[in-house]
Write a protein that binds this ligand. Structure first.
Ligand code: FAD
Length: 350
């Protein structure tokens, strides 16, 4: 891939695909490419549990959550076959009050117990029914988005960016394939590859680190009637995956400064111990023997980062969504297009 484009999006995960979609939706005449050193949806996106909760820790994240939830609802209608499904959900709160940070649309309503699963409640804990949760097969969604964007958007898989060189008129992108692509603007959507040599000197201004993310598999009968259970105090959840015939338990793994390119070591005894310590409060003796282990970018502020990285304003970073990059991706894409000042429906911008 070589030549000149208006916008080059680097990283073909869920964030990069939605950034590209947002730009060409607003400005169909713009020329956009998505570059990925691997295949579309093969980074953190491939390992994502794909859960959306109507929750946010700050007003900005709550607004992003609300927007993204509505975006995905519309996407299901616009893109037939979107691998997104609504799930019934229950939130376990450690006290008598409803869990904090949920949107009004979640319509939290107290119930006696989690139906359909024998969840043991610690003393004083309460259960709240929650509306608006959904689950997506995130890599399948990224691939569907890429397919729907072709040929309007160039999809360059297997193209590693080795250099990002902004100047006053354009950005030169060096590719490992030997080509150079010239772009008016570049959006970096690198997921956990914050330290890639191509942008190592640009990205430190973002204020983000890479944390391990672990979700374990629980072999227990599962059907479409089962609900998602969120354990609010521990920031953990138990998700039924009927199409894969197992449950998935996600907990907060406290392992920092992980290298996404390190050889995969898989699940450790420590991960199992940490996860079972949390899960066994609610499901005594449940054993977790396998799972998915990867990492994601977490920002110092706890909010996703969308910002320019260089003096020319031509290189923009989008990501660091703190383990919520799937559910907040539509809002990240919107903020990115706003920052690039892509107007809705104009003929030519760059
Ligand atoms: C186990 C696990 C469970 C998760 N569960 C949830 C969940 O339930 N809900 C939720 O909202 N989020 C969840 N997340 C987080 C979510 O998956 C991520 O935040 C999201 O996928 C990040 O998407 P992205 O597009 O920013 O990054 P990625 O998907 O990582 O995409 C980045 C892309 O950049 C490419 N790239 C890197 N370097 C280069 C280069 N030099 N040149 C070209 N391309 C390059 C990579 O190949 C990759 O494809 C989970 C994550 C994990 C690991």
């Amino acid at each position: 891939m070589h030549g000149t484009v208006d916008v080059a999006v680097v990283g073909g995960g869920i964030v990069g695909c939605l950034v590209a979609r947002e730009i060409v939706t607003r400005q169909p005449s713009s020329t956009v490419v998505v570059l990925d050193r691997d295949a579309i949806g093969s980074g953190a996106t491939r390992r994502s549990a794909g859960v959306h909760f109507p929750r946010g820790a700050t007003p900005r994240v709550q607004a992003m959550t609300e927007y993204s939830q509505d975006y995905y609802r519309r996407l299901r209608a616009e893109l037939p076959g979107s691998p997104i499904r609504s799930v019934d959900a229950y939130v376990v709160s450690s006290g008598a009050t409803p869990p904090a940070g949920y949107l009004a649309g979640a319509e939290l309503r107290r119930v006696d117990a989690v139906p359909g699963r024998s969840v043991t409640l610690p003393p004083g804990a309460t259960v709240w029914r929650c509306r608006g949760c959904q689950h997506a097969d995130v890599p399948a969604l990224a691939q569907l988005l890429a397919r729907s964007l072709r040929p309007q958007v160039g999809i360059g898989e297997g193209l590693r960016v080795t250099g990002v060189e902004p100047c006053s008129t354009h950005v030169a992108l060096r590719l490992a394939s030997g080509d150079t692509l010239t772009a008016g603007r570049v959006v970096l959507c690198p997921g956990p590859w914050l330290g890639d040599p191509a942008w190592r000197t640009l990205v430190p201004t973002v204020g983000a680190r890479v944390k391990r993310v672990v979700a374990l598999h629980l072999d227990h009968p599962v059907s479409r009637r089962h609900s998602l259970v969120v354990f609010d105090r521990e920031d953990a959840f138990l998700l039924p995956l009927p199409r894969r015939a197992h449950w998935l338990f996600s907990y907060t793994c406290p392992e920092w400064d992980v290298d996404p390119d390190a050889p995969p070591e898989g699940l450790s005894a420590g991960h199992r111990r940490e996860a079972e310590t949390v899960l066994n409060r609610y499901l005594p003796r449940a054993a977790l023997r396998s799972g998915r282990v990867f990492c994601d970018a977490y920002s110092d502020s706890g909010e996703p980062q969308v910002r320019t990285l260089d003096d020319t304003g031509r290189v923009v970073f989008a990501g660091a969504a703190n383990g919520a990059g799937y559910r907040l991706a539509p809002a990240i894409a919107r903020e990115t297009a706003d920052l690039l000042e892509v107007p809705v429906g104009s003929r030519s911008l760059w």
